[in-house]
Every structure is written in structure tokens, then in C-alpha cells.
Design a protein around this ligand. Structure first.
Ligand SMILES: [Zn+2]
Length: 236
């Protein structure tokens, strides 16, 4: 999380983030999650502090705030008093649990509705706009390899990730370049591409060519484009 949001949370909730600068506390690392979760954390802290100030709940102190497996983790301890330990109340625990639950539906970049992108690493919760094409490729890499292996077409697929990864209408996109592909690979592979698009909204363009890299020479725009993609792509 960027410094100004970090500073703002600490200034607004000094009791909850009393250990932000404390040596030996994991809070020293700051809020290790995206800016998109600022509103969630702010809302949680406003509620927690209100429970303490207005309704006598114990003061919670954050010991670590981070992202793990695409979800927020908000770890706290409670302050003990001279009268003995005060346990965290059910309401406080429920508020933390619910906020963590909501983080799995909130894009960690922008705070809009998002979904956890599972199956690959790294895992993140993202809206369609912020689904990282690299995440998408990681997510589907094994499945793409399986389909290619099944069809034994000798295809040598490469993934081309344009920089920035956006299409003409500002959409995220990736391009898959299939070299020396087999025709019967067809439906399985392109069906999976359609699913990828439906799932994430990332535009997937597949360019097929049976021209081997060494046979490509300048001239036609299409050939030049393939050469350009070859120069800027990575093997699947
Ligand atoms: Zn987003």
C-alpha cells in the first residue's frame, strides 16, 4: 500500500496501529496489500474503534495486515488491563472475519468488485480491468500444454505479451502465437481461450502460422507482425 494511505490509516486510528513503527512487530512492514483494500481496512477500523470507544469493547491492536492467497489477513491482539485480560469480543471477531471475506470480492488495485483468480501463482483478487495478463497465462499454462501435448501437432506455442498489455479499446489482452500448429488441435485449444476470455474479460488473440521462424523474411505486414511477436514473446 502506498505511503500516503498507510500514513492516513495510522493517523486516523493511532490506537489500532500503535505498533506500526515498533521494532520486532510485523506491523513494521506496513500494510502489505494493494491500495484497493484501503476502504475495507478503513471501514473495519472505524467500526472496531467505535466498539471500543462507545460500547466498551477492548482495544485491539493490529499486529500484521497483509494479503495472503488473494485475501486480506488482519491479525490483532487485545490490550490487557489491570483487571485482567479482556478477550476480543464476538462482534470484533465477526467484523474482522467479514472484512477478510469481503476482500476476496474486492479488487486489490482499485477497490471495485473483483474475484479471486485461482489456480496459478501469484493469486490475487482483481476486477476485470486489473486482471493481469501474466496471471492469466500462469493460470492456464498447464492446461494449454496439456492440450498441445494431446494433439501431438508439433506446435511450438509462444506467448506474446504486448507492453502495455492493452488492446485498441483499452482492454487487457494477450496474444498467443502458435507456430507449426496442427489443425486438429483446434477446438480444444480455442474453446479454452473462449473460457479464459469469459472468466476474466481479458481479450485473447491467437495467431497461427505454419511458417517456421527461420523462413520468415520481411515484406508482408502480417509476416512482419509475426516476426515482431517472435522477437517479443516467451515460449509457453
Ligand atoms: Zn480493479
Amino acid at each position: 500500500m502506498k505511503k500516503e494511505l498507510d500514513d492516513l490509516l495510522c493517523a486516523t486510528y493511532p490506537k489500532i496501529f500503535a505498533e506500526r513503527q515498533k521494532e520486532g512487530s510485523l506491523m513494521c512492514y506496513g500494510f502489505t496489500c494493494g491500495d484497493g483494500w484501503y476502504t475495507l481496512i478503513d471501514g473495519l477500523c472505524a467500526y472496531l474503534q467505535n466498539l471500543t470507544d462507545e460500547r466498551g469493547a477492548p482495544q485491539v491492536v493490529a499486529t500484521q495486515v497483509k494479503e495472503k492467497f488473494g485475501q486480506l489477513r488482519f491479525y490483532v491482539k487485545y490490550i490487557t488491563t489491570e483487571n485482567g485480560g479482556l478477550d476480543i469480543t464476538e462482534k470484533q471477531r465477526a467484523a474482522i472475519d467479514f472484512t477478510e471475506f469481503m476482500s476476496a470480492r474486492t479488487c486489490d488495485v482499485c477497490g471495485k468488485h473483483g474475484e479471486i483468480i485461482k489456480g496459478g501463482m501469484p493469486i490475487a483478487t482483481r476486477c476485470r480491468e486489473h486482471t493481469d495478463p501474466v496471471l492469466l497465462v500462469n493460470l492456464h499454462r498447464e492446461e494449454m500444454r496439456r492440450i498441445i501435448a494431446e494433439h501431438k501437432g508439433g506446435a511450438n506455442p509462444r506467448v506474446y505479451l504486448p507492453e502495455p498489455c492493452t488492446g485498441p479499446n483499452g482492454e487487457n489482452r494477450i496474444e498467443i502465437l502458435l507456430i507449426d500448429y496442427s489443425k486438429d488441435m483446434g477446438l480444444d485449444f480455442f474453446g479454452m481461450m473462449g473460457e479464459m476470455e469469459d472468466l476474466t474479460g481479458v481479450y485473447v488473440n491467437v495467431t497461427k502460422t505454419n511458417v517456421k521462424p527461420k523462413q520468415i523474411s520481411g515484406g508482408e505486414p502480417a509476416v512482419e507482425h509475426i516476426q515482431y511477436m517472435l522477437d517479443n514473446s516467451v515460449p509457453l
